[in-house]
Ligand binder design. Sequence first.
Ligand code: KG4
Ligand code: ZN
Length: 336
Amino acid sequence: MPNTPIILAIESSCDETSAAVIINGEVKSNIVSTQVIHEKYGGVVPELASRAHQQHILPVVESALQKAKVTKNEVDAVGFTRGPGLLGSLLVGTSFAKSFALAMNIPLIEVNHMQAHILAHFIDEPKPSFPFICLTVSGGHTQLVLVSSPLEMEVLGETQDDAVGEAFDKAAKMLGLPYPGGPMIDKHAAKGNPQAFEFPVSDMPGFTYSFSGIKTALLYFLQKEVNKNADFIDENIDDICASYQHTLIKMLLQKLRKATRKLKVKQVAIAGGVAANSGLRKAIQELAEKEGLEVFTPQFQYCTDNAAMIAMAAHFKYEAGEFSDQKISAMPRYKL
Ligand code: KG4
Ligand code: ZN
């Protein structure tokens, strides 16, 4: 095995087709093709996502190799997202990676998408040291994870219903904002008053989250207000977004603070698409200052789905000698 491995990595779990090249732990390219087709449907349509992955995967891989200035013959291993994600989407990346490994006679490395979101923290400096607690917040997941080493992670708690990204996206839909709604709410929230309206904070035991209640509360609130004034949403969009986002962030950070105190861990990190939220990034900095914690936030491009994080995870697995065989299949409900 070469000790400066060149690894090609593929991500296709949802609506981003992405390929990256990592050489000896250093990301050399990260090409992301975002499927815009879902915008007009207000959410990801699984059938359309897998078709788009099929169209994009080859050009995306070719650009990633070209940008990294490597040929396919120089690749030492291929990593891919095995799950969690949409089955049809995962199958495209999985089949591509298996075929590439077979054709080039190189090892195959399966990667858990949630583990990769956390390992995105090792792409650039500053990198957290171990142990740290990561709050992983995406469209499909909300988890508090104790990270003891690159490949040793324990889920302390997660959502029992909706993911926080869903709470953002569904609220955006109710407000008539385009998909994906998270970034739109973020934008409006930056101009609004977070104390303007009050939404309920769910209080689940331990480190369990719940975001279905606040979503329903927003729906009833909007129905009531729009009945009184048809222009209520338009007139108050910034304040509604700021108040709603503020409540989501409060829920996320309450449990994170509880976990750091209980486990006496001094380093915290955020990962996943919602980690791009500017309100959350600011609030976690403030929490860190108050609690004497060190906080790590990845670059925006490594928060939402990308293959650089899959490449980083594949690199750690390569170093640990964790390879997969050709019988491996995609796993839509792959647990961390
Ligand atoms: O990690 P990700 O790209 O895909 C999944 O694995 O789910 O996360 C996508 C989620 C979506 O719900 C999107 O609305 C949300 O991340 N998101 C944001 C922001 N940017 C992306 N949510 C709030 N504020 C943002 N700036
Ligand atoms: Zn993701």
